[in-house]
Design a protein around this ligand. Structure first.
Ligand SMILES: Nc1nc2c(ncn2[C@@H]2O[C@H](COP(=O)(O)OP(=O)(O)OP(=O)(O)O)[C@@H](O)[C@H]2O)c(=O)[nH]1
Ligand SMILES: [Mg+2]
Length: 472
């Protein structure tokens, strides 16, 4: 805390709102608040000993001109977000009161905060570890209930605690090993024993297990990428609109209407779905259509889930089978959707049965599991949503328990740690001197420490916090 200056920022988003907040943190926060605040009655902020909300007026101390009528939350250290003295001035939520209040605060000696600087101070002052600081951002950006839940668990320290537990175990093993190096004459159980190796192996397995949750974490954070694919005019854009419940994509009876991928987020059963409507796949008639088809295939490439749409009211064509072939070749998880069921059926489900089934036998890939819908009347759309949600329980979504890795930074540090542990084990098996093993263990510890911020380079901190908004 010592030596840090006092920072201030408008912490609420720009625009008009019921209230807007100017936030201060640092050794002068209470003095500055006192200088610009005239309490309606009672104490000035600097005299307040415990957290309190005061009512009064923000006024220019030089001219006495009033600026806004506010509620000021005064929070003396250490039980605050940053562990420093803090004040939050609840202004009326307009651009002018907020800007003028901030100007007064700056004139009285505060400095404009950098992005994420409040949270950075919470980290530097030891209130939270780095995983918790990052969780703040994830919580702000969460697009689904599940993502929010994961971010909250991380904010509560679940991931940090798990990493710290592993670090402690590893540090214990390394200390033991170091003792055998420093005092070879002492009768310390040799570090090269099989039991020692087993313990390192255990830690490596735990690191790997955590690493493996990254795929789930990506689905959580970015949403399950769901591409709607099919030949032109089968009703892909209509299906997007029906799923979203709003008319987002252009629908016309002319095949080749959609030319570009349109993506929207939707929430389904607590999960985020990034749903992509694509151009109908066929041999392009012109440059824009060719480009559109190329993008459809790119969407297929990056999709976690494909909704393959067929038109149940008109005959199946070569183009339908080609689309199914491509999905099958990409090993994509797929739900077959038979659209336009409000019209008479032109072909039986058996015509496509087995088309998408795989040797692995994933049920969704079989036409037996095809979902009939009418994007026009909405019939069957709920059934389709249920089928998608069922996929979440079946590997497309996160597991219910334990921390989930959502950050690529954490994932690569875990990978680094697992690599170092692997090298330590190899060195032991090859009968290398304990010094070598110890260096690898130190490397692994360094990687784990970087996750929680026990060891942190300034450039890493800068990269993390610059992603925050100002005032957080
Ligand atoms: N009767 C009926 N018509 C539908 C249904 N879904 C879509 N249509 C019609 O089918 C035509 C094509 O619909 P779109 O949603 O534009 O089809 P698309 O697959 O996006 O077509 P492209 O963008 O050209 O590839 C339009 O005239 C829709 O009104 C449905 O469930 N029932
Ligand atoms: Mg379309």
């Amino acid at each position: 805390m010592d030596g840090r200056d006092t920072i201030a920022a408008i912490s609420t988003p720009p625009g008009e709102g019921g209230i807007g907040i100017v936030r201060l943190s640092g050794p002068d926060a209470l003095r500055i608040s006192s200088e610009i605040f005239i309490p309606a009655k009672g104490k000035r902020p600097a005299k307040v000993k415990s957290r309190r909300m005061l009512y009064g007026l923000i006024a220019d101390p030089k001219t006495g001109a009033g600026i806004d009528e506010v509620l000021m939350t005064v929070m003396p250290a250490p039980n605050t977000y940053t562990r420093e003295d803090m004040a939050e001035i609840n202004c009326h939520g307009g651009a002018l009161p907020l800007r003028k209040t901030l100007e007064l605060v700056l004139r009285a000696g505060a400095r404009l905060a950098l992005p994420g600087e409040f949270t950075k101070r919470a980290f530097l002052n030891g209130r939270i570890d780095l995983t918790q600081a990052e969780a703040v951002l994830e919580l702000i950006r969460a697009k689904s209930d599940m993502a929010e839940k994961a971010a909250l668990a991380q904010l509560k320290g679940e991931l940090g605690g798990r990493i710290k537990g592993l670090s402690d175990r590893l540090a214990g093993l390394r200390a033991h090993l170091e003792a055998t190096i420093d005092f070879p004459e002492e009768d310390i159980e040799t570090g090269a024993g099989a039991e020692f190796a087993d313990r390192i192996e255990d830690i490596r397995e735990a690191v790997n297990a955590l690493s493996r949750t990254f795929e789930e974490g990506r689905l959580l954070r970015d949403g399950v990428k769901t591409a709607i694919l099919g030949k032109p005019n089968v009703g892909k854009s209509s299906l997007l609109n029906a799923l979203l419940g709003v008319s987002r994509a252009i629908v016309t009876p002319i095949p080749g209407t959609t030319r570009d991928v349109i993506s929207e987020y939707m929430n389904l059963g607590g999960h985020a779905l990034k749903i992509m409507d694509t151009a109908g796949i066929r041999k392009g008639r012109d440059r824009p259509e060719l480009e559109g088809v190329k993008r459809s295939l790119e969407a297929l490439d990056e999709a976690d889930l494909v909704l393959c749409v067929l038109d149940g009211s008109s005959g199946l064509e070569k183009e339908d089978f080609e689309v199914m072939e491509r999905i099958k070749a990409g090993w994509k998880r797929c739900i077959l959707v038979i659209n336009k069921t409000d019209l008479p059926r032109a072909w039986p489900a058996s015509s496509v049965s087995g088309r998408l089934s795989e040797p692995s036998g994933a049920a969704e890939r079989d036409a037996a599991g095809a979902v009939p819908v009418s994007a026009k009347t909405g019939q069957g759309i709920d059934g389709l949503k249920e089928k998608i949600t069922a996929g979440f329980r079946d590997g497309l979504g996160p597991a219910e328990s334990g921390p989930v890795i959502t950050s690529i930074r954490h994932a690569s540090a875990l990978e680094g740690a697992a690599g170092a542990l692997g090298r330590a084990l190899e060195a032991m098996r090859a009968g290398m001197p304990p010094e070598i093993v110890s260096i690898e263990l130190a490397d692994a510890l360094h990687e784990l420490g970087a996750i929680t911020g026990q060891v942190s380079a300034e450039d890493i901190l800068a990269r993390i916090f610059e992603e925050f908004c100002i005032g957080k």
